[in-house]
Design a protein around this ligand. Structure first.
Ligand SMILES: [Zn+2]
Ligand SMILES: [Zn+2]
Length: 251
């Protein structure tokens, strides 16, 4: 977006896009042959999103089934995303596969990756057509923690997810009208997901969706464990138990 005096406005999205393009140019200069730059999926014009039907994995009562849902209206700061890939977080497996009855219908998980297909009128950080990582935690860039270099403690997430309180409205409903919630306000294991823009990071690369979706949770968790939770000295011997996405993130 340009400012009234004609100067280009510096936005987080523009920094992400320009940085990726610059890196792509470097790779080409080195003769890697990889296509650099800002390839992204085209914008999808779907018209009105409310009422749109899609399928997803729904945990309800004692069951876990693929069900058809209908999208409810989004919040002015929410984004509608068509899922391209999702990696289930290890933390959800026990709950999702359990058979104990739960009173509300819920789409499991708390991260994903996809194409933005609609944005609420107050959304500024992403545009329709952007490919976005939907992260398990927010980075609002405005709270005390974000402004002090600790977006991992972003207060948008932690004020939104107090234990035992449901801060997010249902995002869809089943055919019989049963409201469907997205776990942690994000979900992810459905053809369409919604998220507040604070959780969405646009990426400008042609890396495949199945790899990029790992940045939203598992790979980032392993990376963070090796940078924040554990304090390693250079030259230390370190054992990592398990080399899945979390362990490889630590490596
Ligand atoms: Zn997780
Ligand atoms: Zn924040």
């Amino acid at each position: 977006m340009d400012t009234p005096n004609g100067k280009r406005q510096l936005t987080r999205r523009r920094v992400l896009k320009t940085g990726a393009t610059a890196l792509g140019g470097g790779a080409l200069a080195l003769g890697s042959g990889a296509a650099g730059g800002a390839a992204q999926a085209p914008a999808i014009t779907t018209g009105t999103q409310t009422g749109r039907t899609f399928r997803g994995l729904v945990r309800h009562d004692a069951t876990l089934d693929v069900q058809e849902m209908r999208l409810l209206p989004i919040d002015p700061r929410q984004v509608v995303i068509r899922s391209l890939a999702v990696a289930p977080c290890y933390t959800i497996v026990r709950g999702a596969l359990a058979t104990n009855p739960i009173r509300r219908a819920e789409v499991p998980n708390h991260c994903g990756f996809g194409v933005v297909e609609a944005i609420g009128p107050m959304v500024k950080r992403v545009q329709v057509g952007d490919r976005v990582v939907v992260a398990g935690t927010s980075q609002c860039g405005q709270c005390y923690q974000c402004l002090h270099g600790r977006p991992d403690y972003c207060q948008f997430t932690f004020f939104s997810n107090p234990p035992g309180v449901e801060p997010f409205a249902p995002f869809a409903q089943l055919r019989d009208g049963t409201p469907v919630y997205a776990q942690a306000g994000i979900g992810g294991m459905s053809e369409v997901m919604t998220a507040f823009e604070e959780y969405c990071v646009p990426v400008f690369t042609d890396l495949p969706a199945a790899q990029l979706t790992l940045l939203g949770d598992q790979l980032a968790s392993g990376f963070a464990a090796g940078h924040a939770d554990m304090v390693f000295q250079p030259g230390s011997d370190v054992v990592i138990f398990g080399a899945g996405p979390v362990g490889l993130g630590a490596v």
